[in-house]
Design a protein around this ligand. Structure first.
Ligand SMILES: Cc1ncc(C[n+]2csc(CCOP(=O)(O)OP(=O)(O)O)c2C)c(N)n1
Length: 634
């Protein structure tokens, strides 16, 4: 490992790739693979998906002329080889570090990144839009969408395929099929793709059979007929209608996705077609790094690890058994599942990430992985709830953005008791601005009939979860929690829930009170400690509810103070603090209101963001930052 990348150093743009011969292209793939493994081992990142797309990236840049030709990477978690081939080798060691190279495509980072991605299933729509614009503007550039079989389970991809077939523009869709989403892919489409790839086996079988038959010296008439009949029978089993063709695409494949030359040949041919085309390539997730090939799911997204030893047992243990909020949720839902056989869990292709693996193993019939389909997950859960079940959909905050209308239209307006366990709510390190969980409060606080809760600890999460499962008032409940470890418990977290009201964690006769949403408990406590060291006493109030709010009660609490400081791990615009300052104005509260929340500047794209802790500090939401602001204001 860690070879000097002799060939890669010669490739400072895709043009340089065109000078390399066949052997050199294969050596280049090896160099890229080694560098990806060693860099991800030190910086963390998406390993398996990137290793699967090395040869594809080389073939694409060899045949097409980026940036005139546009390549859109779906999700974008497989773009490392593309970054290395487009002049970013010198910065590659900064991958995913604060202000370093981003782990996803960024138009602000390079003209070769045609479109920003991060959430799944957008590539076909975006590439089609880029192509349609090119044609309207009189340009003849190519437009290519690279989409995985996992991302193809998302509904947006079908809307785009349908429209692309209708438009008939020469869009090139490369379907990178490795039979895996993060975990093994699910659903009818995945089965369909497997049947399609049987064609490859059929074609290989036929070639071999014909060659063998030719070698038999005296073929009798009867044997020949038998061969023909056999071929027809085999064809009937393996050759099937093609969904993509029916939509108006040419279909080419399946093609061996780690054979650079085969892909170059196909791409050269396809370039001449003046029609939409799907090229179906078969790849191996984690290709070339034994540990990742054997367990591509665990190596999908990783922290640092040893190249020679792989992720060690303790890394895997932390993922599976760590005392994070995700792990706490995993225990809570499994426990609830044991007590109540109406509890069912729904995941949108994130079983492991959301902590549902154990529930799925314990209650396989009561667990549904719907694929990368958050909209469907919510409406499906609403259907389950309408039949009297207790569905719990566990989804990351950033991905729930997909399902705003489903929450509003299908769950909330119909007052259906869907519970949404909203993981990664708040700052999310390393993956960048596309993965932040900062909008859910602003998006859902005003939704009618919806309850939104923020637990501060594992015990409080359990209290809220049990309350949500058993509550009598109709309507969905969102329980939002961060990507972090659970803090130590406080007796206040076990106090019974009262709708719309929070609970004091520290109460004295202070003039200042810090009102916090659950995920910021540790930071609130730290701020109080710092201030107390400076002789400033502050009270702490755990809001618990984001919605609904007992306005009378909250106004009363605010009025006990001279300064009410609201801190939330969410975007300031439209957040809880803004709501309370409007409330305080309406009710003529005497207290001054100060709001500390996430700043919009985090979404100035282009560079990798830091860890959750770094982002909290940058936004003045760590203990020190909160204390400093309060100190300045009083
Ligand atoms: C809307 C949305 N939901 C969930 C995710 C999380 N996610 C990232 S990659 C991935 C699997 C993608 O599988 P596939 O497209 O087959 O690519 P592969 O990793 O197998 O190369 C998922 C579920 C996401 N990025 N976007």
């Amino acid at each position: 490992m860690n070879s000097p990348q002799l060939l890669l150093q010669k490739v400072s743009s895709p043009q340089d790739l065109k000078k390399l011969n066949k052997k050199e292209l294969n050596l280049l793939a090896e160099e890229i693979r080694e560098l990806i493994v060693s860099t991800v081992a030190s910086n963390g990142g998406h390993l398996s998906s990137n290793l699967g797309a090395v040869e594809l990236s080389i073939a694409l840049h060899r045949v097409f002329n980026s940036p005139q030709d546009k390549i859109v990477w779906d999700v974008g978690h497989q773009c490392y080889a593309h970054k290395l081939l487009t002049g970013r080798l010198p910065l590659f060691h900064t991958l995913r570090k604060q202000n370093g190279l981003a782990g996803f495509p960024k138009t602000g980072e390079s003209p070769h990144d045609a479109f920003n991605t991060g959430h799944a299933s957008t590539s076909i729509s975006a590439a089609l839009g880029l192509l349609a614009a090119d044609r309207l503007l009189g340009n003849k550039n190519n437009s290519i969408a690279v989409i995985g079989d996992g991302a193809l389970t998302g509904g947006l991809a079908y809307e785009a395929l349908s429209h692309a077939g209708h438009l008939g523009l020469p869009l090139i869709v490369i379907l990178n099929d490795n039979k895996m989403s993060i975990s093994p892919n699910v659903g009818g489409l995945s089965k369909y793709l497997s049947r399609l790839s049987m064609k490859e086996k059929y074609q290989t079988f036929r070639r071999h059979f014909d060659e063998l038959a030719k070698k038999i010296p005296f073929i009798g008439r009867g044997f020949f007929n038998l061969v023909q009949r056999l071929k027809r029978a085999v064809k009937a089993v393996f050759y099937i209608d093609n969904f993509f063709v029916d939509l108006g695409f040419e279909y080419v494949g399946p093609i061996a996705g780690h054979n650079i030359q085969s892909m170059i040949n196909v791409l050269e041919d396809v370039k001449k077609l003046n029609r939409p085309v799907v090229i179906h390539i078969i790849t191996r997730k984690g290709k070339g790094y034994g540990y990742a090939e054997d367990d591509p799911g665990s190596y999908h997204g990783v922290g640092s690890f040893s190249v020679d030893g792989g992720l060690d047992e303790t890394d895997l243990q932390v993922i599976k058994n760590g005392k994070t909020f995700t792990a706490a949720f995993s225990d809570i839902i499994t426990e609830a599942g044991k007590k109540n056989n109406r509890v069912v869990a729904v995941s949108a292709a994130m079983k492991t990430g959301t902590g549902l693996s154990f529930f799925a193993k314990t209650f396989p019939r009561r667990f549904y992985d719907v694929g990368i389909a958050e909209e469907h997950a919510i409406t499906f859960a609403a259907g389950l709830a309408a039949q009297g079940l207790k569905p719990v959909a566990a989804i990351y905050s950033t991905f729930i953005q997909r399902a705003v209308d489903q929450i509003l239209h299908d769950a909330a307006l119909q007052k259906l008791p869907v519970v949404i366990a909203l993981d990664r709510a708040g700052f999310v390190g390393a993956d960048g601005e596309t993965h932040q969980g900062l909008f859910d409060i602003a998006l859902f606080r005003s939704t009618p009939n919806l309850t939104m809760l923020c637990p501060a600890s594992a015990d409080e999460m359990k209290l809220m979860f049990d309350w949500a499962i058993n509550k009598e008032q109709p309507g969905p409940v969102i329980i939002r929690y961060p990507k972090s470890y659970c803090p130590p418990e406080n007796p206040a977290f076990s106090a019974p829930l009262e709708t719309g009201r929070g609970v004091f964690v520290k109460k004295s006769n202070a003039r200042v009170c810090l009102f916090f949403t659950g995920s910021l408990y540790t930071q609130a406590l730290e701020a109080a400690d710092i201030l107390s060291g400076q002789g400033i006493n502050i009270d702490l109030y755990n809001l618990r509810f984001i919605s609904p709010i007992d306005e009378e009660y909250l106004t009363g609490v605010i009025n006990e103070y001279k300064l009410a400081v609201f801190i939330e791990e969410g975007i300031k615009n439209g957040g809880f603090g803004e709501y309370t300052s409007a409330l305080a104005l309406k009710r003529q509260c005497k207290a001054s209101i100060l709001i500390l929340a996430a700043d919009k500047s985090i979404f100035e794209e282009g560079k990798a963001l830091g860890t959750r802790e770094e982002l909290l500090a940058e936004n003045g939401l760590d203990g020190k930052g909160i204390a400093k602001t309060i100190q300045c204001i009083i």
